[in-house]
Design a protein around this ligand. Structure first.
Ligand code: SF4
Ligand code: SF4
Length: 449
């Protein structure tokens, strides 16, 4: 049985460009630019200064804030600069530049080779926290926080859907290194104490399903084939497809007893717990019709896009769009100087043949966006209200905050309306207003004291 959810779309997946390319370790770059913000939560503050010599795996950024993940040097060398640099998700951010010494030396004592089955639960959680692991599917939520849910959970779901077009990094990881994923999954199942554990994989990856079924034998982990449909990998859709449970509006997976982690994240968790290795590299798909030789690369965090694209033979054709992530939920980039981060699932270069969008017109009320929306929203109204700056009405009458920004509505719209862009604008304005009100209330409270 293939599991499914309501709504969704079937975009051309473009995966044929990179899916046959085995994971390849990209040569060590001469320099890395490591951003101090690579997770949801407070940015880190550098713990090193210019001139310091660092080893791979050494902490170079941390924060006092609860919601953060430590940041580590991804190679050994000298800190040459600490400054503001371009960032793929937030325009710019403070970053630490490390010039490689060519030695690629790990911090003393790493790797460790521990027997995780003999480790205490708190010791395991501390290993995950110390390694700076975040959700590597793009969400970048600190893993050690997600793994301490404040409600009881009984289902663990590993997200191997990889439903974004063009991306094949998780597919290659599942196919080539299933044992790392199974070890990480078993570690998580143990610390969460769940009754059921699933690895959800879309049915367009039958060889990855077979590899994981073999690797899961005797572990109690079930591989759950999913219908190939975008956005099957969105947390709420995945939970519904596998467990039949609906995460309430504004709620979290733990509200229905579930925890979801990405396949790449659990592989990194296995390395962190068993080997004591911090997150210093990741597998990223470099693809798109503008890239000469699409690849799946194991890349050091902080490697500039420019170096990555050069390693793939450069652009064969002029890209119209450079994207961080997939074409549906990724972010357009305007510089090749942005670095690869913990959440960089893909780097795409797409020509006009793919991106040509046409002129935006008025809504013709065809209802296609409503049918495609996996969250049961009315995207046509949300776009109109966003255009008219009627943000409060979009929130109160049409539930805009429940939008997962999957872009399905924009994809199907025959009037070429930039629906998801209007929605992002609306949500941004509403969040800014909430922050202003919070600051005002805090100020008034302070004045009363
Ligand atoms: S309204 Fe939001 S959740 Fe619905 S299809 Fe559009 S982007 Fe996706
Ligand atoms: S798909 Fe486009 S044209 Fe059709 S109802 Fe939605 S916004 Fe309007």
């Amino acid at each position: 049985m293939f599991r499914n959810f309501l709504g969704g779309i079937h975009p051309k997946d473009g995966k044929e460009l990179a899916k046959a390319q085995p994971i390849e370790a990209m040569p060590l770059p001469s320099e890395v630019v490591i951003p101090m913000s690579q997770h949801i939560g407070a940015p880190c503050t550098p713990t090193v200064k210019v001139g310091d010599m660092v080893k791979r795996g050494q902490v170079i950024g941390t924060s006092e804030a609860f919601m953060h993940a430590d940041i580590h040097a991804s190679l050994s060398g000298k800190v040459t600069k600490i400054d503001v640099f371009p960032h793929s998700g937030r325009i710019s951010c403070q970053a630490v530049v490390i010039e490689s010494d060519g030695q690629d030396a790990w911090l003393e004592g790493l790797p460790l080779h521990r027997d995780w089955e003999k480790m205490e639960k708190e010791e395991i959680l501390d290993a995950i926290r110390s390694a700076g692991i975040v959700g590597m599917g793009g969400a970048t939520f600190p893993a050690h926080i997600k793994l301490k849910p404040s409600k009881s959970v009984d289902v663990l779901i590993i997200n191997g859907a990889e439903c974004e077009p063009y991306l094949t990094a998780d597919y290659r990881l599942m196919l080539e290194e299933p044992q790392r994923i199974v070890t990480g999954t078993r570690i998580l199942a143990r610390i969460l104490g769940v009754k059921e554990t699933y690895i959800g994989i879309e049915d367009n990856k039958p060889d990855a399903i077979a590899a994981l079924e073999t690797a899961c034998e005797g572990t109690g982990i079930q591989v759950a084939p999913l219908k190939t449909k975008y956005p099957q990998g969105a947390e709420k859709m995945l939970i519904y497809a596998i467990s039949g449970r609906e995460v309430p509006c504004g709620g979290l997976p733990m509200d229905v007893g579930a925890v979801v982690q990405n396949a790449g994240t659990v592989a990194a968790i296995a390395d962190a717990v068993v080997e004591g290795l911090p997150l210093t590299e990741r597998v990223t798909t470099v693809s798109g019709d503008a890239v000469k030789h699409p690849k799946n690369l194991r890349i050091r965090i902080g490697t500039r896009y420019r170096d990555v694209i050069d390693y793939c033979g450069g652009f064969g054709e002029q890209p119209d769009k450079l994207l961080a992530g997939g074409p549906m939920m990724g972010f357009a980039q305007f510089s090749l100087d942005v670095p690869v981060m913990k959440g960089s699932s893909g780097i795409l270069g797409l020509t006009k043949n793919i991106t040509a969008h046409g002129r935006e017109r008025a809504c013709i009320r065809c209802g296609r966006c409503v049918k495609a929306c996996p969250m049961g929203l009315v995207p046509s109204m949300l776009s109109i209200l966003g255009e008219r700056q009627a943000y409060a009405r979009a929130r109160d009458d049409y539930g805009v905050m429940n939008c997962i920004e999957c872009g399905s509505c924009t994809f199907v719209c025959p009037a070429k309306r930039n629906i998801v862009q209007y929605i992002r604008l609306t949500k941004g304005e509403l969040r800014a207003e909430m922050a202003r009100e919070k600051a005002k209330a805090a100020k008034e409270q302070g004045a009363k004291k």
